[in-house]
Design a protein around this ligand. Sequence first.
Ligand code: GAP
Length: 498
Amino acid sequence: MDSIVALAKRRGFIFQSSEIYGGFNGFFDYGPLGSELKKNIRDCWWNDMVRRREDVVGIESSIIMHPKVWEASGHVAGFSDPLVDCKVSKQRFRADQLFFSPVTVDGAIVGYVSALESEDTTAKLQAAAETFKRRKAIVGTLAPVTPKDFTEATSDQIPLIPSPGTGEPGSLTEARAFNMMFQTNVGAMTDGSSVAYLRPETAQGMFVDFKNVWDTGRVKLPFGIAQIGKSFRNEITPRNFIFRSREFEQMEMEYFIHEDADWSQCHQEWIEWCRQWLISVGLPASKLSLYAHKKEKLAFYSKGTTDIMFEYPFGVQELWGIAARGNYDLGQHALASGKPQEVFDETSKKKFVPHVIEPAVGVDRILLAVLCAGYAEEDVTDDKGNVEKRTVLRLSPRIAPVKVAVLPLVKNKEALVGRARALYKKLQRRYAVFFDDSGNIGKRYRRQDEIGTPWCVTIDFETIEQPGDTFTLRERDSMAQRRITEVELFALLEEHVY
Ligand code: GAP
């Protein structure tokens, strides 16, 4: 993970937000290559989800919506995480990410240990229990730890659990609900009447605009409304680089179906569609898995939620959630606004509120996944038998920030540079391309490998001296080289960049 974060910074993919002021926790900036990569992910999703489907349309709703939207959706009352404060260190922790265990020696509890959730929480707690026993010079047999998260701590246990901020017990508060929506004020007044929220999800835009799209969009069930846009959550513990941040971008689609439709089949179809889409932008199927949420943990209106999980370097984590939400959201907005959200079905001659399947994914999480899956350091042997290290980012040509690098072999031969410039200009009309004439050709290839450029084209003496106007095409992954014409190069790009 450290190497990926370092590469992201070194090559201008991702920077800390406001870095010259020491950064701002939970916020990130995308640099020249990162913003291209992000745009490509968005464009691929929009093309596949909206333009290439006949049953999905797109919208762009505002980030700040009427505050009643968030009352009706349940976010004002319930969009919260359990928060614990440390009164001494002033640090805050998510209660469900703070684990504790009694230290039990010869069957008696002699104290408590705590650890923040990680890959090896249990091992950390066990090590802390052993240290505790040794420091207090307690004799006897230590039992294995029994980790629980802080939401399960009783009021008797809370004063005995050490704070991760100080290492000592006695300073942690009881867990309380912390609403994650960012508040702002709209207009000149800054009292309660002007309170509004930055949206914590893009989904509500699709529900609130449902009737507008139904009335104007020439749509019929089943159909979807999709949107890409920024969402904001005041996460208590933003972490794992861009995995969990406070400002992030979502790509969500609400697929409206008949109330009598087979929701389960539709749900399964969308799960598979999303999985295939992730593979199409270069994620290996072997790093993807499905996690079906347990029935008893679902919201009362939810029929089922399955997450597509990705194997990040810091563990297997949620990438894309696909939820079957019944008709809860439209029903809530009908109640709160007094505007019916029913549609009339010509076949059954019935009026009903459509049900919905919702695939919701974060752009930043996909971007992190493709960086993690694509990053490799490998030993390569050159023509002279020397072994050297190369860093390569195996990004799919669909999303790679630069598709082709155009490299004149030398920079002091006008005919050769002129031919390279002409090709570069022509490619530029359709693709993100890079022109590089500085340094030896091997170094130039390495620079492109590191940023994930799938192909380099070298304009060499054969190009200008031999008939055929051919270039050397060098492939990033195999490092194989072959000669190619301009027509063949455009055909190659046409096939792989879509
Ligand atoms: N409308 C449903 C919804 O928003 P969610 O599971 O809270 O569901 C959907 O979010 C997706 O948005 C997640 O699967 C994840 O990819 C992304 N996401 C959520 N919170 C995020 C955060 N703090 N930082 C980055 N991405 C986030």
